[in-house]
Each structure stands twice: as C-alpha cells, then as structure tokens.
Design a protein around this ligand. Structure first.
Ligand code: SF4
Length: 232
C-alpha cells in the first residue's frame, strides 16, 4: 500500500466526502494527486487547522464582505451558515461544503466566499460550484457570485471584491471539460482500487499523508533523475 494508514481513522460511511475546495483545486490543476484525494475521501487525517492570523484576517474579510452585500443589495436576507450544508453526488462520490455567505435577494441567491491572502485560480471554480449546489439544493436561481479578498501582508484595510457574474457564468466556469475532469476523479475515488499517486513539490508539500506515503516527493531524487544522463 502506498500510504500506511494504520495510524489514521476511517470515516464513518455517512461522512465519506470530498470538499468543494479540494474538487475545485483538482479541476484547476492546483492539487492533482488522486491518491491523496481518494485517501482524504475515506480517512480522517486528524490534522487540525489552527492558524490564528488566518482566523483574524478571514474575520476582517468576512465582516467587510457582509457590509458590502448589505450596502449593495438593499434588504438582502443572509442565511445562517450553520443551517445550510451543501451536498452533491457526482457519480457515486459525495461533494460537501458551504460558502462563507449565502444571501437571498427576492427569489435569487447571492453566493460569496471570503479569502485571506492572494487570489488563486481555483477560487472561481470553488464559488461557482457552491453556487451550482445551492441552486439545486435551495431551488432558486443564482443572482450573483462573489469572491472577496483581504491580504494581511498589505495592511488592515485593503479589501477587493471580484464579481464572477451569475447564472450563465456557472456554465462557463464549470464547462464540459471541467465537469468531465471531476466526474473522472469521482469515479477513481469510488472505484474500489487504489488511485495513482502524483508526487511533486506542489502536491506533497501540504499533503496530510506525506509522512506515511512511500511515494512522497523527494527533491534530491528529482534533481538526480533530471541530471542522470549528463556526463561531465
Ligand atoms: S505525499 Fe504526495 S504522492 Fe503521497 S499522497 Fe500525498 S500528494 Fe500524493
């Protein structure tokens, strides 16, 4: 077995799921290791996210985002985040996640995700997937999708809003190629066969299984193989 899973706990079958963020990163080619994602689907890594400076920055961004929405959409109704858990089945694979803000203006939904730090390409896939899931689950059209950014490395006051569009832009972001990529990943995850590892610096750096994975990226081996055919 590529990953020694003895020290990890298998999830209860009711909780098997892939996070929307992980699905978005895969489709945007920002994390491409299928083995890592398959393992995450079935197992708890036990890793606890504990980053006080991220929490502060995300809180600043979220407060500014809510003010932005209230100023932009008069009378917007904001759902209690705990009351809406978005789920979607892709093939036999469950996706799960909730954006930072789901609002309703009239009979249309507004979806917003607040980010601390720099913009990443997968963020648009993430928000558009939340929007598609919310549309299905709540039965209302999407009136707007937003990404907001606060970068603590700049100053305490910076705040940027990216308007990703509405209903039509979901299909542009989640085009047929993106949907096919996610469908293939879902089939691999639930195939019953171990997925192939894709070790590289980018995939392995933040991987929860890296200390127990035999395939983990080793920088020195990579350098050796790159220069193996050079004679001096
Ligand atoms: S350590 Fe690297 S190769 Fe192994 S599962 Fe994680 S990302 Fe994949």
């Amino acid at each position: 077995m590529t990953i020694n899973l003895e020290s990890f706990k298998k999830k209860n079958a009711r909780n098997f799921c892939l996070g929307v963020s992980a699905a978005a990163k895969y489709v945007a080619a920002e994390h491409t290791c299928k083995l890592s994602l398959q393992t995450r689907y079935f197992y708890n890594s036990g890793k606890i996210f504990d980053n006080p400076s991220w929490n502060i920055s995300h809180g600043i961004c979220l407060n500014k985002s809510i003010k932005y929405l209230e100023d932009t959409f008069e009378g917007i109704f904001l759902y209690d985040r705990e009351s809406v858990k978005l789920k979607l089945k892709v093939g036999e694979c469950w996706l799960f996640g909730t954006p930072d803000v789901i609002g309703r203006v009239g009979n249309k939904l507004i979806i917003l995700d607040a980010k601390s730090g720099a913009s990443k390409f997968f963020h648009r896939h993430q928000v558009a997937l939340y929007a598609a899931m919310a549309e299905l689950q709540l039965g209302l059209e999407i009136g707007g999708m937003y990404l907001t950014y606060h970068n603590p490395d700049v100053d305490d006051h910076n705040f940027n809003v990216v308007d990703l569009g509405s209903q039509d832009q979901i299909q542009e972001i989640w085009n047929i190629d993106a949907k096919r990529d996610l469908m293939k990943l879902a089939n691999i995850i639930t195939s019953g066969k171990p997925a192939k590892p894709s070790p590289n610096e980018n995939n392995c750096h933040y991987c929860d299984w890296k200390y127990k994975c035999q395939a983990v990226f080793n920088e020195s081996e990579h350098a050796l193989s790159l220069f193996a055919d050079v004679k001096v």
